[in-house]
Design a protein around this ligand. Structure first.
Ligand code: S3P
Length: 425
């Protein structure tokens, strides 16, 4: 049982490493030639699943807290795994791993947890099959468990119906082992960590508007990757600082890659007090300290190309909207239905229990504020981001709150509750 009502949040947080970048650093380091050193790696369960998968393929990976050394084997050194590759709860591991395996002449089986088993994989298995990978699996390769046998691939020009960095990355990684130039075009720009990091590993990447191309036959060269703080983790505190009266927070070294900063843009549009300090850049990824303090907020519309720039932040944005005056519309976000949970449903169900005025729509939600929330018994549904959103909600909900299933938070933010403790007054 927790009661955080009327407590304030003040102080500094070193936000743990970015999940998307941590996954990629391990994967690219594994298939690169030579050693890769990863600094400020996220030791969350998802990224540990990625490490475990590559270890099963013969890669030596040594981790000491958030420092990781990967002894890359090159594309040709990756070994056929003797056991199943278990991706746990991680969609990024599943889809990018398939892209890598597609171009390597070995057989591998990929499974994950109950949530992964419900997530659509056709979006990657279809283009990878078009390139020549042999993939079988449940419902004809639409869902895990999946079996893949990779090999020499044909380059493709692929127009993706969805703006998904996982789809784009899987195809580009496969393209590196294809016989020509592979291009992926998306309807809106999704996060571009793959493009930026491949270049840091010495790969030539061509970017032309919404299209990204790589030439087959390129090898990666081991390097040092600094992982900035995860803006998707920082988002919980950015919102907390903005909605909890008298709060004042500094979030250190947070990644501010423009394909991820939708949360900053909408907080500013709603009237939040936010500023960037100590802007820096390493291995093509910009980062900064972000200051946030309490202010009064107004509802807005969030839709279109903004959605991929804040897709993982929508659960906490829904809470934010309950504390803003007026109506917030979230549209064009049906991808939320195929995340770790159906996040339209789980967000609406749990915030309704707290007394929010929130309604699900076909592709998003409508939230009317400002509402005084009342604490209740709620659940994360095993979804890390729902668990963290509800924990922040306890600071603006009157009474005692109980959140079931907070263990899931370790997927992306194992030190979440310690960090909350540090800044709660
Ligand atoms: C991710 C891409 C996004 C995001 C996920 C991480 C990545 O998924 O929601 O948490 O690291 O590429 P989609 O590519 O499915 O949009």
């Amino acid at each position: 049982m927790i009661n955080n009502y009327l407590k304030t949040l003040n102080g500094t947080i070193n936000v743990p490493g970015d999940k998307s970048i941590s996954h990629r650093a391990v994967m690219f380091g594994s298939v690169a030639e030579g050693q890769t050193t990863i600094q400020h790696f996220l030791p969350g369960e998802d990224c540990l699943s990625t490490i475990a998968c590559f270890e099963k393929m013969g890669v030596e990976i040594v981790r000491k807290n958030d420092n990781v050394a990967v002894r890359g084997l090159g594309w040709n050194g990756i070994q056929e795994p003797q056991a199943i590759l278990d991706v746990g709860n991680s969609g990024t591991t599943t889809r990018l791993l398939l892209g890598i395996l597609a171009g390597i002449p070995i057989h591998a089986c990929v499974i994950g947890d109950d949530s992964i088993a419900k997530r659509p994989m056709k979006r990657v298995t279809e283009p990878l099959r078009l390139m020549g990978a042999r993939i079988d699996g449940r419902k004809n390769g639409q869902y895990t468990p999946l079996a893949i046998r990779g090999g020499s691939l044909t380059a493709i020009q692929y127009s993706s119906k969805i703006a998904s960095a996982q789809v784009k990355s899987a195809i580009l990684l496969a393209g590196l082992n294809s016989n020509g130039e592979t291009t992926v075009t998306e309807p809106h720009k999704s996060r571009d960590h793959t493009e930026r990091m491949l270049q840091a590993f010495g790969v030539e990447v061509k970017i032309n508007g919404l299209s990204v191309s790589v030439q087959g036959g390129q090898s990666l060269k081991g390097t040092t990757i600094f992982v900035p703080g995860d803006i998707s983790s920082a988002a919980f505190f950015l919102v907390a600082g903005a909605i909890v009266p008298d709060s004042n927070l500094v979030l250190k070294n947070v990644g501010i890659n423009p394909t991820r900063t939708g949360i900053i843009d909408i907080l500013k549009q709603m009237g939040a007090n936010l500023s960037f300090h100590n802007v820096n850049e390493k291995n093509n990824e910009p980062f900064a300290d972000i200051h946030v303090s309490y202010s009064s907020l107004n509802g807005i519309e969030i839709s279109g190309e903004m959605i991929p720039r804040l897709i993982d932040e929508i659960p906490i944005i829904a809470l934010l909207a309950t504390q803003a005056k007026g109506v917030t519309y979230i549209k064009d976000a049906s991808e939320l239905k195929v995340k770790e949970t159906n996040r339209i449903q789980t967000v609406v169900d749990e915030l309704t229990k707290l007394g929010a005025n929130i309604e699900a729509t076909e592709d998003g939600m409508i939230i009317k504020g400002k509402t005084e929330l009342e604490a209740a018994v709620v659940t994360s549904h095993g979804d890390h981001r729902i668990g963290m959103m509800l924990s922040i909600a306890s600071f603006v909900s009157k009474g005692d709150m109980f959140i079931h299933d907070t263990e899931s938070i370790a997927v992306s933010y194992p030190t979440f509750f310690e960090d909350i403790e540090k800044i709660t007054n």
